[in-house]
Ligand binder design. Structure first.
Ligand code: 2BA
Length: 106
């Protein structure tokens, strides 16, 4: 078994949740906050059998979309004063795939 940690934009999280349930994946969805934009996102914790990792990643890929956001440089560095907008590409999903030593349910 592996653990997928998938950080997705809030706009995609409901659709991802629906697709994962439909395809029989188990997961926990946590509210989270991006350190850079300081805006809400969702972190999905998924325990997934090795042979289903690719299928899980395909579901995540199909539900999560890249979006362009603009922030001012003063948003990023408040001490810099008002500056030009900076383009930032957010998402689709940031995924970490971790080994799981042991999995038990009681
Ligand atoms: P945020 O930290 O709010 O970052 C949002 C987007 O801002 C990032 O999109 C990236 O395009 C940009 N960005 C982040 N840090 C930057 C920096 N120092 N300079 C310039 N641009 C920067 P994504 O890369 O798609 O990341 C989306 C969210 O995924 C992040 O939200 C964060 O919550 C998470 N994330 C991304 N990389 C991570 C990592 N290495 N470890 C943990 N969480 C990560």
């Amino acid at each position: 078994m592996k653990m997928i940690l998938a950080i997705v934009q809030d706009k995609d999280s409901q659709q991802l949740q629906t697709k994962l349930v439909k395809d029989g994946f188990r997961f926990t969805r946590l509210p989270s906050t991006g350190g850079f934009l300081k805006s809400g996102n969702s972190t999905f914790i998924m325990g997934v059998e090795e042979e289903k990792i690719d299928a899980a990643l395909e579901v995540i890929k199909s539900a999560c979309h890249t979006r362009t956001q603009y922030v001012t440089s003063s948003f990023v560095l408040p001490e810099s004063g008002i500056g030009d907008p900076v383009e930032v590409q957010v998402g689709g999903a940031t995924c970490f795939i971790l080994p799981v030593d042991k999995f038990v349910r009681f």
